[in-house]
Design a protein around this ligand. Structure first.
Ligand code: 8YV
Length: 328
């Protein structure tokens, strides 16, 4: 159909997404799980009005200039640091993400990673599988307490608040947080959350969870100086973006036991993992799976598709990041 707009689906997507998009558009769907290299992404975007992407494909100003037909970029992720939003807005390209549908699932995983890290679950499993479980000792694999301790949250958005609820209501924790802006008083009261300056948060937290969006200002905002403020018994959990943490500094701190342990679901330069982290016993490492349940991934995928359909058919997309483009 020559009248149908063309869209690129840049990664293998659920059949329901392809069906929904095919009802409106002529689709060029990448059938496999590899990330398109930048030049291939550019080539396949020629003549396309829309791009359905994931958290991996980078949308830069140069790419937009090379793809003048592009009107909408819809990412199946809540994070959008892979997209130059200002460049998109300046060119009238609508951008959407997938907030809300992954909040509770991602918070579940953040809490699971905190628990696994504090209670040394990966270390225990490795020891058991390697045949190292020979006897019992009073301090055998003794970890850090979770219930009743102080939960620190850096980045108190939707996911941060969902983690705060788990900590407060499930584990009787005291919640302290730092965020660019302070929460409304009634939200703070509901979460029992106390706002602290960043340094004070680092000092007080028994378990510190990073859930802030990645940006130039957030780059390596947890490094040697910040880790030095933390308790030697503290654990650090990162479910945001790898670039927030200086991994070399973290690995050095874990080796010297400046903090007790870390749980990392995200890495700078993933899927490559800093080799310095791989040799440490006091770190739990997972391959960026905090939103990975089938229902949540399906909801994210369909929300991204709904956004793309709306964006290219003159409707208001459910979750736009630059809605000003719609009224321009
Ligand atoms: C995605 C994420 O799985 O939503 C995000 O920002 O990091 C994950 O939920 C990943 O970006 C793939 O799209």
């Amino acid at each position: 159909d020559a009248l149908k707009k063309k869209v690129l689906v840049a990664r293998r997507a659920p059949a329901a997404v392809i069906e929904r998009l095919a009802a409106h558009f002529e689709i060029d769907a990448v059938p496999d799980d590899r990330v398109l290299p930048p030049d291939e992404l550019r080539a396949r975007l020629q003549g396309k009005a829309g791009a359905y992407i994931t958290g991996t494909e980078r949308i830069t100003a140069e790419l937009l200039d090379a793809c003048p037909d592009l009107r909408a970029v819809c990412t199946m992720s809540v994070g959008y640091n892979h997209i130059d939003l200002a460049a998109c807005t300046a060119r009238g390209v609508l951008v959407t993400n997938t907030p809300d549908v992954l909040t509770e699932t991602t918070a579940d995983f953040g809490f699971a990673l905190l628990m696994a890290t504090a209670r040394r679950m990966s270390e225990g499993e490795r020891l058991l599988r390697d045949g190292g479980w020979k006897s019992w000792a009073w301090d055998f694999l003794a970890g850090a307490e979770v219930h009743g301790t102080t939960l620190g949250i850096l980045g108190m958005g939707r996911i941060g608040q969902a983690i705060a609820r788990r900590g407060r209501f499930g584990f009787g924790m005291q919640v302290v947080y730092h965020n660019r802006s302070r929460l409304a008083a009634d939200t703070e009261a509901e979460l029992g959350a106390r706002y602290l300056a960043k340094d004070e948060l680092l000092r007080q937290a028994d378990h510190l969870v990073l859930v802030l969006p990645y940006s130039a200002e957030a780059h390596h905002c947890i490094g040697a100086a910040e880790i030095a403020l933390m308790k030697p018994t503290a654990t650090l959990v990162n479910i945001a973006r790898g670039g927030i943490v200086d991994e070399d500094a973290l690995a050095a701190a874990l080796r010297k036991r400046l903090i007790a342990a870390a749980g990392l679901d995200v890495f700078e330069g993933e899927p490559r993992v800093n080799p310095a982290l791989l040799t440490l016993s006091n770190v739990v490492l997972t391959p960026h799976i905090a939103s990975a349940t089938l229902p949540t991934r399906q909801a994210m995928a369909l929300l991204a598709a709904d956004n793309l359909v709306a964006a290219l058919t003159g409707a208001v997309p459910p979750t736009p990041l630059n809605p000003q483009v719609l009224s321009a």
